[in-house]
Design a protein around this ligand. Sequence first.
Ligand code: NAD
Ligand code: MG
Length: 391
Amino acid sequence: MPRRISIFGVTGSIGQSTVDLIKRDLRSYDIVAVSGGHNVAQLARDAIDLQADVAITAYEHHLDDLSAALAGSGVEAAAGTAALLEAADRPTDWCMSAIVGLAGFEPGFRALKHGGTLALANKESLVSAGALLREEANKYGATILPVDSEHSAIFQSLIGEDISAVERVIITASGGAFRDWPLEDLTGATLQQASSHPNWDMGQRITIDSASMFNKAMEVIEAKELFDFTPDEIEVLIHPQSMIHAMIGFNDGGLMAHVGPADMRHAIGFALHWPDRTSLPVERLDFARIGRFDFRNACETRYPALRLAREVMKMGGLSGAGFTAAKDAALDAFIAGRCGFMDMAGIVEDVLSRLSRNNEYGCGALSLEAIRATDQLAQTYAAEIIAARAS
Ligand code: NAD
Ligand code: MG
């Protein structure tokens, strides 16, 4: 029986890598739904190539274009949030959650009730609502497999291990575009400079988040949410080669390091074939040619996002939702030229302290409604803070 698969965010960087793997063995899969945003031509091309049942663009004004591009193909065209959620309700065995931002939360959340595997690339889901996702997965017997190189590395390093023997988890970071820049030059970093990554080829938002280390800050929180590590157990280490993705330190002093090429098709392919391993079309590392692995400390003055991540982990509750929304608003402002590169952390910090001053994190149960409300509030606060800083 072919496995039923949906890919949300198919037109993005993770989505395209997923398509690349699936196309190599199309007969093993029955593609239910694929979703995209503005790139209707790509969405239609993938839907036709994969013979999906339905293709959904997030934006209703693209429906006519999508319908035209899919005419005669047998693929159903749909648009808008309701259509996206309806598609997520269609039963699957494996679902890729690769929409960027909190918009990716609900399709993934809904897919959990099919009791299959959720390959989770959308990190905003975990940071904002990790507990909710895990609760839902437990309720329906679904499995969440991380599709982030560091978390896939942690997952793989823990196979067969006793989690209570884990003392420390080291998440590596490339250091992003500005790792070798003098600290004082960072305030003047431009959008173009922040949008190119030394090692990974990714979407623009995550590339800028890598330069600011907001990406790593999110990953630290992701690690806590996925594996129940305590904040003190999680360390960040700069490793410019991006080949060791994570290391697990055990109480006998031994460490398990996961080493692999900087190619997301490894983590995606692992999630696709788990619990088996299958040959994947990624580079085989040549250590003699690589020659060395370097490491250095991740300085919190250079990367204030890491300090904020620790505060969020301490606060818990809805603070992850506030952090994600504030980070996204600050990133939008940087992309739009409304704030400088180093202002982003200050904006997020101001939003977090305003939320906590007003005691907006609440103590009630984490719910979708509460997350949405915190998301909205953090966006409102961020807009006010960004406007005040700009004036
Ligand atoms: P991307 O920008 O390349 O693609 C994003 C996808 O989401 C596209 O298909 C786009 O059409 C869709 N999308 C955007 N806004 C949407 C909305 N409002 N509603 C519905 N769909 C929308 O992003 P990416 O780099 O592929 O990253 C996807 C997710 O995976 C992000 O959460 C990112 O943090 C995470 N991630 C990415 C990488 C990577 O290597 N690219 C690694 C780890 C985790
Ligand atoms: Mg990562």
